[in-house]
Design a binder for this molecule. Structure first.
Ligand code: NAP
Length: 347
């Protein structure tokens, strides 16, 4: 099969497009998925360069986003047949995993993330357990679906009752509102009735965020973190109830200072580093909550797919590349000019 192999850590010259990689066979309860579209996430960029603290066996196949059709089934599979349209839930757990059975996959241990601890979707075929399949309605395009698998799932979980639990009338804030995760988070926060404050770094991104429903937009190419914090405070004097953050140390003090009494920071990324300081007294006086989280759970993904199928949320495509051009897709993501999700077609 065709595949893009990561042969060493470094730049895009570490990626090798091949057409003779062995096609996996579905064993037991596995389903063979013919990948129609996959995507790029920041984690793919980290893995390309060498993920701190995680050894990835090489050669590796990247891609946590996998949308396609069933192309074969293992002997124990029930309820799935060739041609079914599917989106793959990106966390693989062991058979019989109790937390997974309760819909709490991301709390299970050990678990594996497609494209990270196990090979992902930057190829033609992937064998996945049938419990990882989410049925994809005919009106959801494969290219749109890949935004939901990882970035959308993480936005959905971050705003859900289990993490951020944003409520009607509350204030919601996000940096990178024009990114793969941000474009979904803005729409979800609006659906939940929140007032949305979103940041991006160019005029066209600000415009796109407004079209998605953001009430207040801020341009970080014109203001530093502190100035943005002051501008947000001007629009939300009582503070922000939920911040969904993955910027990390660079924005942490601004974020923490922006939270309303009883506010929450839902945290899921390390764009600017891994350590920060925290003003403990401020934290308890204002009764703040810091909630780290990872990806999400199957029910989050099923609900998100239904919202897209019902036309309540739309996927936003930054650019589309062919599998052979996966390196160009990485370079495009590096340019930080896109709005929404970088999609790789595997037609
Ligand atoms: N833990 C998890 O489960 C999980 C899952 C998915 C994603 N994530 C994390 O979520 C983040 C976003 O993912 P994504 O797919 O949306 O990526 P993306 O499409 O590249 O969007 C990231 C956005 O962050 C903004 N940004 C970059 N550097 C920044 C900085 N120093 N300060 C403020 N904003 C900055 C950029 O927007 P502007 O330049 O326009 O401001 C960019 O659009 C990544 O860090 C990723 O690792 C975590």
């Amino acid at each position: 099969m065709k595949a893009v192999l990561l042969t060493k850590h470094g730049g895009v010259d570490s990626l090798e497009f091949v057409d003779d990689y062995p096609t996996p066979s579905p064993a037991g309860d596995e389903v063979l998925v013919r990948v129609m579209a996959t995507g790029l996430n920041q984690v793919d960029q980290l893995i390309l360069r060498g993920y701190p603290g995680i050894a990835i066996p090489l050669p590796h196949i990247q891609g946590g986003d996998i949308a396609g059709v069933v192309a074969g089934v293992g002997p124990d599979v029930q309820g799935w047949k060739e041609g079914d349209r599917v989106l793959v839930f990106p966390i693989r757990t062991e058979p019989g995993d109790e937390l997974s059975a309760k819909g709490l996959d991301n709390l299970s241990h050990p678990w594996q993330f497609y494209g990270m601890q196990i090979k992902g979707g930057h190829c033609e075929y992937v064998a996945v357990p049938q419990r990882n399949l989410v049925r994809l309605p005919d009106n959801v395009d494969f290219g749109d679906a890949v935004q939901l698998g990882v970035a959308g799932l993480t936005a959905m979980h971050g705003l859900s009752e289990k993490v951020g639990d944003v409520k009607p009338g509350q204030q919601f804030f996000i940096w990178g509102g024009a990114g793969g995760l941000g474009t979904i988070a803005i729409q979800l926060a609006k659906l939940k009735g929140a007032t949305v404050h979103a940041v991006a770094s160019s005029a066209d991104k600000l415009e796109a965020m407004k079209e998605l429903g953001a009430d207040f937009v801020y341009n970080r190419s014109e203001m530093d973190y502190e100035a943005i914090g002051n501008a947000v405070r001007g629009n939300a004097p009582a503070g922000i109830d939920l911040i969904l953050d993955y910027v990390g140390p660079g924005a942490f003090q601004t974020n923490w200072g922006l939270l309303a009494k009883g506010g929450t920071m839902a945290f899921c990324g390390i764009l600017t580093g891994v350590e920060t300081t925290i003003h403990l007294q401020f934290s308890y006086l204002r009764q703040l909550r810091f909630k780290g989280y990872y990806l999400g759970n199957r029910p989050d993904l099923e609900q998100l797919v239904a919202l897209v199928a019902d036309g309540k949320i739309k996927a936003v495509k930054a650019a589309e590349f062919s599998l052979a051009d996966a390196g160009k897709a990485h370079q495009f993501m590096d340019s930080n000019t896109g709005i929404g999700k970088v999609v790789i077609r595997v037609d």
